[in-house]
Design a protein around this ligand. Structure first.
Ligand code: SF4
Length: 240
């Protein structure tokens, strides 16, 4: 049995995929996002061991709450980094009629990625930036993997819930929103939803405790009204 490495589990999650979900945050991430809230997931060797049977047993406890849409979400970190484990867990969950969403930053691809995308109920696709240079500034990785992953997603026909974190002074412009809409309209075939998430500063304490430098120190949380306006603008551009 393949062993995974787990950061934490959240039960009754309502924002990381459709319906009520059990979320498994896995260790390991190749990205280094400026605003990362979970720097303690970066190290692949961190966290604790978990088996696919433990995933199933934990997920089963909330089955009465999942309804038609809910289920399990694998997040991170970057869950694609534990492809063999994630795929085995997804297949076991599927046998038990539990659906799986993958929350990915599209910064890592290997021989398991396509099968994972094919098995998934939906992908939560975090598009760090539509511009290749800004993408790299935002997360320290090349955008190439995102483009490669989008091809796999379109080939599999898996629905996608796109998300982008909006950071004041970095990507909170109408120009960025327009470019994001154009990128989505041009590249993704099966879009379920597109959501902007407001940057917040709740991770600051975590960085202090870990003795790590927080790169966005001094940047204020995203204004909710401005975020709502940008979301409205985005929806209009997406319809064009
Ligand atoms: S992809 Fe997610 S876990 Fe990885 S650095 Fe970025 S925000 Fe953090």
């Amino acid at each position: 049995m393949t062993i995974g490495r787990l950061h934490s589990i959240e039960t009754f999650g309502a924002v990381d995929g459709p319906g009520i979900r059990t979320i498994f945050f896995l260790q390991g991430c190749p990205a280094r996002c400026l605003y990362c809230h979970n720097p303690d997931t970066w190290k692949p060797s961190g966290g604790r061991e978990i088996t696919v049977n433990e995933v199933l047993d934990t997920a089963k406890r909330s089955v009465p709450y999942y309804g038609k849409e809910g289920g399990v979400t694998f997040s991170g970190g970057e869950p694609m980094m534990q492809g063999e484990f994630v795929l085995e867990a997804m297949r076991l969950l599927k046998k038990n009629n539990i659906k799986t969403v993958i929350d990915t930053s599209a910064t890592y691809i290997d021989e398991y990625t396509e099968d994972i995308i094919d098995e998934a109920q939906m992908l939560l696709l975090d598009i760090k930036h539509s511009d290749p240079e800004e993408f790299t500034k935002m997360c320290g990785c090349s955008q190439d993997k995102l483009l490669e992953m989008i091809e796999l997603i379109n080939d599999c026909g898996t629905p996608v819930w796109v998300r982008q974190v909006i950071v004041p002074g970095i990507n909170d412009t109408e120009e960025n929103i327009k470019a994001l809409a154009e990128f989505i309209n041009k590249s993704l075939d099966n879009v379920y939803k597109v959501e902007l998430l407001g940057y917040h500063t709740m991770a600051l304490n975590k960085y202090e405790k870990l003795g790590m430098k927080y790169k966005l120190d001094g940047v204020k949380a995203m204004d909710k009204k401005k975020l709502a306006k940008l979301q409205k603008t985005l929806n209009e551009y997406l319809e064009q």
